[in-house]
Ligand binder design. Sequence first.
Ligand SMILES: [Zn+2]
Length: 667
Amino acid sequence: MPALEHFNIEQVDKALDPCSDFFQFACSKWMKANPIPADQGGWGTFNALAIWNIAAIHKTLEEAAAPSPNRTPVQQKVGDYYASCMDEDAINKAGLIPLQPELHRIERLTNKSQLPEVIASIHQMIRPANLSYIDAAYQGALFGVYSQPGFDDARVTLAALDQSGMALPGREFYLNDDAKSKEIRDQYVKHVARMLELSDEPAARAVKDAQSVLAMETELAQAAMEIVLRRDPKNQNNKMSLQQIQALTPSFNWKRYFAAMQAPASPQYMVLAPGFFRGMEKLVQTHSVEQWRAYLRWSILHAMASSLSQPFVEENFDFFGRTLGGTKELQPRWRRCSSYADTDLGEAVGQAYVAKYFPPENKERMLQMVKAIKSALDQDIDAATWMSDTTKKAAHAKLAAQVDKIGYPEHWHDYSSVEIRRDDFLGNVQRSSAFEIKRRIAKFGTPSNRYEWGMTPPTVNAYEDAASNTINFPAGILQPPFFDAAAGEGINYGAIGGVIGHEIIHGYDDQGRKFDADGNLKDWWTPADAANYEERDKCITDEYTQDVPEAGAKQNGKLSAGEDTADNGGVHIALAGLANTLKSQGKDLDQPAANGATELQNFFLSWANVWCGEVRPEVARTLVITQGHSLARYRVNNVLGNMPEFGHAFSCRAGQSMVHANACRVW
Ligand SMILES: [Zn+2]
């Protein structure tokens, strides 16, 4: 096991000026000492903890894999799953044989009217995306289906249909016409052809098929909703009856699709991107059966690549790891297998993890911090000069109703119906994915459950969910350097406190503010207060609309608005929570802590410390183009440059880069 990293003041480079580039001041020594490993697309304190967690899971998986009659049913599942994944010889020997039934099903597609059943069979075996990453979900063949609380009435879970079916990281990768994008598409077509060839297609046919795959995915990308428009939940709130979706795509029989998925009827169907489904209709009409077979064959090979024999694993890594991610080497197999076990049987694997690494006293201290930070937001709302009392009242009500979930679920998923065999890795992946899909689909039309989790316990991440009005912190992030039972208040509030503040503020960012206390998409703002909000938020949007030289791309502040607003407000309320906590102990922010720095300095250094690290240029480009999180450097410098308290902590002067003349602040 690698060692856990604790916050260490010695890591600061005192030769640098904190007021000109705080990220460098706090992180350059760390980054010099911790270059990106060959098997990673980036490296930072986040990744180091994630690898520590995987190593922790790995230990319990190894123990569970030893075939002892004393194993519990949960140990049998996770142990045999892991053993099947580690048996690379057997996987290589079997080659394509375990996937043949699915490939034959696709070969038997002789008429496009059979598409619903064939697509349903693929959808039942592809790993569903992590709930909290649904916005980036391109994993399904053709389209995505999942369950989601209704926008207008979050008490009931409905079926949601979404754009998907593109293997590149976002629609921009198909549509942008700069040289880099074209180069990636050229490489992509070659990769698709090689995968098809590996599945025994003759070379000439594989090349032709790969070109139709790119053409079809490009049409899907053209029909897909643009990423910034997707950020407005109103654009996704399109409720339809089964008859209405049928009218949207007359050539695809939804009744038969849902029957093949064994899905219960949903009172309504949420079509998150109607334009996409109009594009899908055109795709069904205009492409030949041969082209559809090629697309589906590719979809399944792509989805299953990491569970197949070595040539598939290598080829998949060559494009998605090397070309797209800049990564040099595959991770060791034990680490990949441990991650797959976490993905496929997460709430079984997580039980041993929390028993060993998440003591109840950690949860107690987290609850105290959440309480202190929430009451800081209550004070902040009261003090706001730009909101009326009516809006303030609704804002307080929403905060009072926000549920905090810390560590792990109260009730674990019961995997007893999933058959896990020691000699069938691909089958284990398919059956555990089918179990999860079935579990989600069974929720159509049922009461929503706020207490379910969208991340597994060892995950180093956290999320806010607007529909359930919850903030969620898996046990995996409640470890040093984020949460450190041995560290002082300033250090903990700067790290996990900033994360807590960030998640709370998501309920009040440009998306979250559109949902009310009950998780319904309902406007609780007076028009004047909403206009004031927009004006304050525009300051942040403008600030983050910036060139990102390390990514070779320009950031769109409208895409990252939610995350940037959550950072700006989150660090602010975490600091106010720290000040209140110290005050209750008879101390203040300028007081020296055990390491000699003031509590206030520790707070800012600790926030920077959790972001120490960097990503490869290929990864930076994908992140900036396709998703809403600003790169680490900006999560430190842009956020702290907006805070006068930062200038005070490090005696910065007006005019220095870390002192913004026009300081943005919403919360
Ligand atoms: Zn966030």
